[in-house]
Ligand binder design. Structure first.
Ligand SMILES: Cc1cc2nc3c(=O)[nH]c(=O)nc-3n(C[C@H](O)[C@H](O)[C@H](O)COP(=O)(O)O)c2cc1C
Length: 311
């Protein structure tokens, strides 16, 4: 047996495959297709304090080697998540990551508080609960004219500092590749007490309908993900992993077991798989089988033997 076990902030993952926020819902639909208990973890669809309907108009567009999305954080809100979706999450084994967004600092703080209190209560009752918060700082900051929190390090620092104070749960900060300096951003997260950084979120992109002479998206720009972003995402994960001591969850365009291995060699503790879930409905299961056969072929006993070997 090969050892695929990983550890982020003291939380054991049975393997490095974590499903990325917004591409796996809460896992219930995929559970009909394969045994999702095989997965290392699941990051849920981005949650906000209040329910959100998401963006009007076109929401997704296929691109060469990827997709653009402008879903706009459609979600049932934290209360509904805790009341409804947690019933399913209580029954499954993968590490449970609550992805949290907000339009201002208060929303992030109140959201983190609710998730934390619920997790503490469930743990007291020996129930499964959220294991970790993943802070999505790519949300537009309403007070700053809509610029994402994760672009400027000083703005992101405020959010992380405030959330850090109200949660006992391990905190992962999900970095935007649109940050002015993603390495500075990651170092700041570690300084502020985050236990982990996850990267990358989607790249800001655009698609124009040349006949209608307008962007296909209501909000003009949309987030690019999928295989086309992988080389850039991998470079960013490598740069960040060199500069922080906290674990890195690496993602961006993973669509094969060899992609997973590249991210681990670049220094990621675990990886997240996003768009590939739309391309291959059994992505998780197939990636795991591929990692195992690579380890056998290369006679690797544990992922620790190859993690971060690219210096
Ligand atoms: C349709 C869609 C919805 C997404 N929703 C969220 C979200 O709610 N919160 C978040 O942090 N990231 C969200 N993401 C970003 C992904 O989690 C991931 O960071 C990104 O897509 C890059 O990985 P990939 O190339 O493997 O998809 C979303 C991505 C897609 C494609």
């Amino acid at each position: 047996m090969r050892n695929l076990a990983c550890n982020v902030a003291g939380i054991p993952f049975k393997n490095p495959i974590v499903m990325a926020s917004g591409t796996f819902g809460f896992g219930q639909e995929y559970a009909k297709l394969y045994d999702i208990n095989k997965l290392g973890g699941i990051s849920c669809k981005g949650l906000t304090l209040h329910p959100r309907k998401g963006n009007p108009g076109t929401r997704v567009w296929e691109t060469a080697g990827g997709m653009l999305n402008s879903v706009g954080l459609e979600n049932p809100g934290i209360d509904a998540f805790l009341e409804e979706e947690m019933k399913f999450w209580e029954t499954i084994e993968p590490v449970k990551i609550a992805n949290l967004g907000g339009s201002n600092i208060e929303e992030y703080v109140l959201g983190a508080l609710k998730i934390t209190k619920d997790a503490e209560e469930r743990r007291r009752q020996n129930q499964r609960a959220v294991d970790m918060i993943e802070l999505n700082i790519s949300c537009p900051n309403v007070k700053e004219g809509g610029m994402a929190f994760g672009v400027k390090t000083a703005v992101a620092r405020e959010v992380i500092r405030e959330v850090r104070q109200v949660t006992s749960l391990p905190l992962a900060v999900k970095l935007s590749p649109n940050a002015e300096n993603i390495v500075d951003m990651a170092v700041m997260c570690e300084d502020e007490g985050a236990e982990c950084v996850s990267l990358v979120n989607t790249f800001s992109g655009m698609k124009i309908d040349i006949y209608q002479r307008r962007s296909v998206f209501h909000n003009m720009y949309a987030g690019l993900s999928g295989p086309s972003i992988k080389p850039v995402a991998l470079r960013m994960v490598h740069q960040v992993a060199q500069q922080v001591t906290i674990p890195v969850m690496g993602m961006g365009g993973i669509a094969s077991a060899s992609d997973v291995i590249e991210f681990i060699m670049a220094g990621a503790e675990v990886v997240q798989v996003g768009t590939y879930n739309f391309m291959n409905l059994r992505a998780g299961e197939e990636l795991l089988a591929g990692i195992r056969s690579f380890m056998e072929l290369e006679n690797i006993q544990s992922l620790d033997e190859i993690r971060g070997i690219i210096q």
